[in-house]
Every structure is written in structure tokens, then in C-alpha cells.
Design a protein around this ligand. Structure first.
Ligand code: ADQ
Length: 469
């Protein structure tokens, strides 16, 4: 269905994100790949009769003005095809090789190319154009993530007067780092076209507020508000959570049962340390492997008594830094197993694949320790999923990086660690493996209460009430 929408009768809420949620084979819960974000936004959109706008996932020359609108699904979707060059310049380029590393405080991995910035500006204009075709002038628009930092300003230029919100799923860096990007003032000024800016943590919101004063001359008028050209812009923390239910009580699945039984046989009495991440250099996987190996050197009694499983989900494999990261991890796993392993004991098992949610939930529950040790992360939902999946009578320990957004909420009850300090992380891991049942239960109870308090649904409600209120 391709249709033009009259500008006066658009839906009351439009969500814009770069990618659309995976098209769901209707109603089949088992095959649906529902991420936390989609699960959070779909009910909010459905309740408001809203629409989700995003890239179709396809590239075809000259088609981007052709908006495909599907009202047969709830929520309704509108999508368009990219120009072929956008994938390289806007997506792999500016979004993933400039914004992604810089916003994760890794400036030495960022590169700045004028043609990629130009494509980023162009694609944000195209998203704004599409959004203005599916909304009314006074509707509400909620844009997501680092792909769409300029879309609010582009909508205002088109005369949009409704509410505009933005949620950033990754960190917002401090001024000293942001300044290294040649277009930092343009980006910060464009963000000030939104009415409400949401971040995972207070720290990221504070970074933004400081950058807005310094780079765009905004005036701080309250703890969470700025005045700029007579308008008020608010910037606040809205920590994203998960829907704990499918991790607390995963569905029955015979295939998964069988695999877990085989894993238990292979593990015997050994303790299990688990890492689950997208294969991304921000997740600190090599540093974590080094710390695990270091622990085996510092605490030789643990040799043969513990094994690590690292599950890495293929991600952005056509970006060279990601291919290099994969090669580095695979070399390191081989090195550790070769130098520390025995014929009867494999220290590190490494799996390069994605798992279904049921499988993941069961794997979390098997683990004695989860290593969630990113160098920097917006939130990190694996930390919360792991907590939800534990057996409250005999729970595993969450070893969490100080630099995951999740640490702002979980710091007191999780065991926190510094992924930049190999010996420290090695000793923290040994401490986690030795933790008493009593301490594990107490920490887990506190973490679980927190996971129930801020869920994906409460996050969407909190953001939308702040935006619409
Ligand atoms: P991500 O960087 O992708 O998200 P994260 O929050 O950990 O990081 O989300 C990963 C999701 O992928 C989890 O729901 C997890 O279950 C799933 N996943 C991981 N490994 C998997 C596997 N092997 N098989 C199947 N699924 C797997 C970005 C930001 C984060 C922020 C989120 C949401 O980088 O900081 O928390 O967005 O805002």
C-alpha cells in the first residue's frame, strides 16, 4: 500500500527510528524476534493509534520518496528505501564510524569524513520529510538514537509545531571529547530543536546540558532545563528496563532442554562464567578474556574448576573495525585455550551466533557469574536480563562494569569492576566466584526489585508523559 496522508489527520504519535522492528509473522510468538525497545514501544504506539516510521532495510536508487504505509499491522508502519550510497556513507560511515566510537568515549577510533557528514545531513532531511508526510503539524514525534540527531531541527524547518522528543540509546560524551568532532556545534544546536531529550543516565544528561551551554549558548534555567531562543528544552535521565517475564519464566522448549543438558554434562562440577554481547569493540570482550586468563594465573587453584562461555552476536561485520575485533577475539581465545587449557579442560568456549530469547534466558540461569564489562555502554540490557533469569534461591553474580549505564542504578547491589584494569577485574571475578550464598541472595533480591521497578513499559510511559505533559 502506498498512500499519501493528509497533513491534518496524521496519527497522534509517530515513532521514528533508523531500522523498523523486524516484520513479525502475525501472532507467532515463538518466531518473533522482539527486542526490548520494540516490546516497549509497540504497546504505547498501539494504545495511541500511532505509527512507526523507519528505513525498510532495502536499498534502491531513486525510491526514497516512495513511502510504503502498512496499516494492516498494529502499530501501523511507514517505511522507505535508502539510496544505495547511504548505507556506506550515512550508516556504516557517519553513524557507525564517527558518532558511535566518539559517543562511547573512544575518539581514537572515530574518523571524520566530509562526504559522510553530508550524507548524514541528507538522510536526516529525508526522515524529516517522510515524518512530516505522516503526521499532523501538531502531532507528537518521538525520534530514536544517534542516527537521527538532526531530524528535530529538520522538522522544525518544515513548520512542525507539535511535541518533539528524542531518546539517545548510547552515551552522550563529555564536552572535551565531543569537541573533537568538527560538527559538534551543529549537532548540539540541532538537538535543541527537540522539546525533550532523554538519556539512560543522569551523567549523560549532564554531559549534554554542559555541551549545550558551551557549544550552543543555551542558558541553564533548572536542574534539567535550558532556555534557548525563548524556548524551553528539557534533558533528563529515563533509564530503560526490560520486560522481565520471559526471562523469569521462559517458555518450554525441548531443543533448548537438550542443549542445556549437554552443556551441564560438559561442565560437570565446574563453575560457569558467561559473557553475552553483540560483537562490538565497546563491549570490552578482549579485556574480559585477558582478565579471565589473568585470574587463572593469579589463582591457580581455579584451573580446571571454572570455564567461560562467550557468546558474541554477529554485528556490523562489513565495518572494518568490527572484522578486526572479531579476529582479535578469536586469536585471543585460541591463545588462552592453547596456553592454559588441558586435554580434559577448555578454559574458554566461544560461540559466534545469536540465540533465541528462551535459549538465552536458560543460559543466563546456568551461569554462576555474568561478565557484563563494557568499556562504555548506554545502558546494557544483558545485565538486567541476567538478573531476571536467576533462580532466587541460588542466584548467580552480576559482575558489572562501572562504565555501563546500568551501573548508575545497579552499582550498590552488583559487584562492580573496571574493565581497563586487568588485575583488578581478575580479582573481582575470583571474588564473584567465591561469593557466599547468603551474599548472593541479598544482592540478587535488591537487583531483582530494581529490574521490576523500571521496566521497558514504565520507561515508555515516563518518557511520553514527560513529553506530552
Ligand atoms: P546494544 O549495544 O545492542 O544496544 P544491549 O543493551 O546489551 O546492547 O542489548 C543487547 C540485546 O541483544 C539484549 O536484549 C540481548 O538479549 C540481545 N542479545 C545479546 N546477545 C545475544 C545473542 N547471542 N543472541 C540473541 N540475542 C542477544 C544499544 C545500546 C545499549 C542499550 C540498548 C537499549 O548500546 O547500551 O542498552 O541499545 O537502549
Amino acid at each position: 500500500r502506498r498512500a499519501a496522508v493528509s497533513p491534518d489527520d496524521g496519527p497522534p504519535l509517530v515513532v521514528i527510528s533508523n531500522r523498523m522492528p523486524d516484520a513479525a509473522p502475525s501472532g507467532d510468538a515463538r518466531t518473533r524476534n522482539v527486542g526490548g525497545l520494540v516490546a516497549a514501544l509497540e504497546p504505547a504506539l498501539a494504545a495511541r493509534g500511532g505509527l512507526w516510521l523507519g528505513w525498510s532495510g532495502r536499498a534502491r536508487a531513486g525510491q526514497h520518496r516512495d513511502l510504503a504505509i502498512d496499516r494492516s499491522v498494529v502499530p501501523a508502519r511507514a517505511s522507505f528505501d535508502f539510496e544505495p550510497r547511504w548505507h556506506e556513507l550515512y550508516y556504516n560511515g557517519f553513524a557507525n564510524r564517527s558518532l558511535w566510537p566518539l559517543f562511547h568515549s573512544l575518539p581514537e577510533r572515530a574518523r571524520y569524513a566530509d562526504d559522510e557528514w553530508a550524507a548524514y545531513v541528507e538522510v536526516n532531511e529525508v526522515f524529516a520529510e517522510a515524518a512530516s508526510r505522516v503526521t499532523s503539524r501538531n502531532g507528537t514525534i518521538w525520534a530514536h538514537d544517534y542516527h537521527l540527531l538532526l531530524v528535530g531541527a529538520a522538522l522544525r524547518r518544515r513548520g512542525f509545531t507539535g511535541r518533539l522528543g528524542h531518546f539517545l540509546h548510547i552515551p552522550f560524551p563529555p564536552l572535551d571529547l565531543l569537541e573533537t568532532m568538527p560538527w559538534a556545534p551543529e549537532i548540539v544546536s540541532a538537538l535543541l530543536a527537540f522539546d525533550l531529550l532523554g538519556f539512560h543516565t543522569r551523567r549523560f544528561a549532564a554531559n549534554f546540558l554542559a555541551c549545550a551551554r558551551e557549544l550552543a549558548g543555551a542558558e541553564r534555567i533548572a536542574e534539567d532545563a535550558l532556555r534557548v531562543q525563548g524556548r524551553v528544552v528539557r534533558a533528563r535521565a529515563f533509564p530503560l528496563g526490560i520486560d522481565p517475564a520471559p526471562f523469569e519464566s521462559p517458555e518450554d522448549d525441548e531443543g533448548v532442554d537438550e542443549e542445556l543438558a549437554q552443556l551441564r554434562t560438559a561442565m560437570g562440577d565446574r563453575q560457569l562464567v558467561l559473557g553475552v554481547d553483540r560483537l562490538d569493540y565497546t563491549k570490552g570482550i578482549p579485556q574480559r578474556l585477558e582478565a579471565f586468563a589473568r585470574m587463572l594465573e593469579l589463582h591457580p587453584a581455579l584451573r580446571g574448576q571454572v570455564s567461560m562461555i562467550q557468546v558474541a552476536v554477529p554485528s556490523r561485520s562489513d565495518v572494518p573495525e568490527y572484522a578486526a575485533q572479531r579476529a582479535a577475539i578469536e586469536a585471543l581465545v585460541g591463545h588462552i585455550n592453547g596456553t592454559l587449557g588441558e586435554a580434559h579442560w577448555v578454559p574458554v568456549r566461544y560461540v559466534y551466533r545469536s540465540y533465541g530469547r528462551t535459549h538465552l534466558a536458560r543460559l543466563y540461569r546456568e551461569a554462576d557469574v555474568a561478565l557484563v564489562t563494557p568499556l562504555r555502554d548506554g545502558m546494557n540490557l544483558v545485565a538486567k536480563e541476567f538478573v531476571a533469569a536467576q533462580d532466587a534461591n541460588d542466584p548467580g553474580v552480576l559482575l558489572l562494569s562501572h562504565f555501563a549505564g546500568a551501573a548508575e542504578e545497579m552499582r550498590a547491589a552488583a559487584l562492580c569492576t573496571n574493565p581497563y584494569h586487568r588485575d583488578g577485574m581478575a580479582n573481582d571475578l575470583a571474588r564473584a566466584l567465591a561469593m557466599s550464598l547468603e551474599e548472593r541472595r541479598a544482592r540478587h533480591a535488591e537487583l531483582l526489585a530494581m529490574v521490576h521497578r523500571t521496566t521497558s513499559a514504565s520507561w515508555a510511559d515516563a518518557f511520553l508523559s514527560a513529553l506530552e505533559g
